[in-house]
Design a protein around this ligand. Structure first.
Ligand code: NDP
Length: 321
């Protein structure tokens, strides 16, 4: 779909930090130059952006060794309209409605000028055309989280008919991992952990077994799984490994890991999103937006504080219009 594009200003509003620290101490809304455009990039007029835990972990300085230089405009996830194309761009044009995770490697020199801003410059290859049925808010909620679930299941070689346990089923990644396991990869059984108030949500996403972790330990239950997808960081506990079937594996997103588990860091590519287009456009896989949001552009500090509380239900999204 094509949108009309307004003239590009020389300055734009962006959230920026010049030193590592707590959101309320270091994040400021400022006027900055609109980011320069490389030949393989497009300039996106941002309509919506989503937060991910990597945004606050990075802002706290946890990835200093491999981070890009300060100052930093945070934000990986974007949905918006192409305002200008670089000289080598061939598949996108001005007015295209796009979405994507703007940093190819989440921890290795991620973009200095991120998506929590009115404009961001992104390589064409990292973007896809926004599914036509999704709003910008819905589209912005997906890229990093859904590609994490997809890459995790690809690396785990999840096959139709296998069983999956998702630890952290109500979070940004877990809520999409349940849907992908069940409806994209064809898992025969999906179980997921969550706390009591979110049991209904997790069930509605397609989980066959919902485990209330406040009431039961998943390790103490009799079921065994071909693939465990750990979005909480529990797989270091020796008992946790017992829930993996012989020959099975565990995808671990955070924390230490025991065999047969493995950790990986998500890679962004627009072609991953293209692979999911039909599932998204048919409504088979649905974005899950935290009901506290979408946050407005002036409330980014509040949005970060909320995400950092660790209780988000689906994705925390910012409206940038
Ligand atoms: P979220 O902040 O969205 O996760 C919040 C959710 O976690 C809440 O719904 C909460 O539910 C749930 N939760 C917390 N503790 C538990 C528990 N003990 N058992 C079950 N659920 C629990 O985070 P994301 O989903 O975006 O990311 C999850 C982790 O994965 C983060 O550490 C993130 O940094 C990492 N990550 C790593 C990636 C990689 O490439 N390696 C990529 C993406 C994310 P409740 O309130 O019910 O407890």
């Amino acid at each position: 779909m094509a949108s009309t594009v307004a003239a590009i200003p020389s300055l734009h509003k962006a959230w920026v930090y010049k030193e590592y620290g707590a959101a309320k101490d270091v994040l400021k809304l400022e006027e900055l130059p609109v980011p320069p455009l490389a030949p393989d990039q497009v300039l996106v007029k941002v309509h919506a952006a989503a937060l991910n835990p990597v945004d606050f972990k990075r802002r706290l300085g946890k990835f200093k060794a491999t981070d890009s230089d300060l100052p930093t405009v945070p934000g990986y996830d974007v949905a918006g309209v192409v305002a200008k194309v670089g000289s080598e761009v061939s598949s996108l044009k001005q007015g295209d409605e796009v979405y994507g995770d703007i940093s190819e490697f989440a921890l290795d020199k991620p973009k200095q000028w991120g998506s929590i801003a009115q404009y961001t410059a992104v390589e064409e290859k990292l973007l896809a055309i926004k599914p036509r049925n999704l709003s910008f808010i819905q589209a912005a909620s997906l890229p990093l989280a859904i590609q994490t679930a997809q890459e995790g299941f690809d690396k785990a070689k999840l096959r139709a008919g296998q069983s999956v346990l998702v630890l952290g089923g109500a979070g940004g990644v877990g809520s999409l991992a349940i849907q992908l396991a069940k409806f994209v990869y064809g898992a025969s059984l999906v179980a997921a952990t969550t706390s009591t108030p979110k049991l209904g949500l997790v069930k509605s996403l397609g989980a066959d077994i919902v485990i209330d972790y406040k009431e039961k330990n998943f390790e103490d239950m009799p079921e065994r799984y071909d693939v465990v997808f750990d979005a909480v960081g529990m797989f270091w506990e020796p008992k946790g490994t017992n829930v993996v079937k012989e020959g099975g594996t565990a995808v671990v997103l955070t924390g230490p890991v025991n065999p047969p588990g493995f950790r990986f860091v998500v890679t962004s590519n627009g072609s991953n999103l293209v692979r999911l287009k039909d599932f998204l456009e048919s409504g088979t896989v649905k974005p899950v937006i935290d009901p506290k949001g979408p946050f407005d552009f002036g409330s980014v500090v509040d949005a970060f504080c909320y995400l950092e509380g660790g209780r988000a239900c689906g994705k925390v999204v910012i409206s940038v219009l």
